[in-house]
Design a binder for this molecule. Structure first.
Ligand SMILES: [Zn+2]
Length: 274
């Protein structure tokens, strides 16, 4: 299976639309726009077979009508918990989509960012939408903190070698926050030093691995020392829900105040170089 990430809504939401293709068939995940997808499919002589949706935020679905118009036979898959007439097959935990004879995706409900959110995964890949990002996680909208924490713990149980594909390019902001939470985490320091983004180029390989996220993403580490101790000092109690909520709200505060924007990522890299 060939997998490529096409940048979308660059400068506003900084999404990736993931395109999977084999032979002449292609599938897209979370098309918030359509023109770059249609261009890519035409240039590579691909037919769009399916559209997979993790959740119904507009930056993940606004491209569906134009794609359906260009490829009327493509089939739309989305979360069971979403009421939307665009969805032809509704998915829940345990559902499977057979893209080819040798490539299927399993569905896992991952509520938290939204109540309806689902992720797609198999032994090799995870497409987690806005549940987790490189070095971070999505904001909580219609989900609950408890559900969000449980969803992340479920994703943490997937194999380390799983390739990680998420729906936005927020790595620098996320790693700045991660460095505040865990300034002595050596794998995190190395990740910051090694981080060289070229968004909005097409992403031709996985953004990350679950092993790297487990080692460096504070939202995958909310119940692990020393992140847990830091959160207890910030008023959390010792439950997954409270630890996760305290961490997420800490990041929300910094996003709102613009504090993280004032730290340049390059200066952070240089600080760790010394
Ligand atoms: Zn979203």
């Amino acid at each position: 299976m060939n997998i490529i990430g096409l940048p979308a809504l660059v400068g506003t939401y900084d999404n990736y639309i993931w395109v999977l293709s084999q032979g002449e068939q292609a599938w897209v995940i979370d098309p918030g726009e359509s023109s770059q997808v249609i261009n890519y499919l035409e240039k590579n002589r691909l037919q769009l077979t399916g559209i997979l949706i993790t959740h119904f935020h507009h930056d993940h679905v606004d491209g569906i009508p134009a794609l359906k118009q260009a490829f009327p036979n493509c089939h739309v898959y989305g979360p069971e918990k979403t009421e939307n007439s665009l969805i032809q097959t509704r998915l829940k935990t345990g559902s499977q989509i057979h893209l080819t004879d040798h490539f299927s995706l399993n569905v896992l409900e991952t509520p938290g960012h939204t109540h309806d959110h689902i992720a797609f995964h198999n032994d090799d890949v995870l497409f987690c939408g806005d549940t987790l990002f490189t070095g971070g996680c999505g904001r909580k909208f219609s989900g609950t903190f408890k559900g969000f924490a449980d969803s992340i713990l479920a994703l943490r149980s997937l194999d380390d070698h799983t390739k990680f594909y998420c729906a936005h390019e927020y790595t620098e902001s996320n790693l700045k926050f991660a460095a505040l939470v865990e300034p002595d985490n050596l794998p995190l320091i190395k990740r910051i030093q090694d981080c060289h983004l070229n968004y909005p180029e097409n992403m031709t390989q996985a953004q990350s691995s679950l092993a790297l996220e487990k080692a460096t993403n504070p939202f995958m580490r909310f119940d692990i020392e020393p992140v847990k101790q830091t959160l207890l000092k910030r008023g959390a109690n010792d439950t997954a829900e409270s630890l996760f909520q305290t961490l997420r709200q800490w990041k929300d505060q910094l996003d709102q105040s613009g504090e993280l924007d004032q730290v340049s990522f390059t200066s952070l890299q240089q600080r760790f170089d010394r």
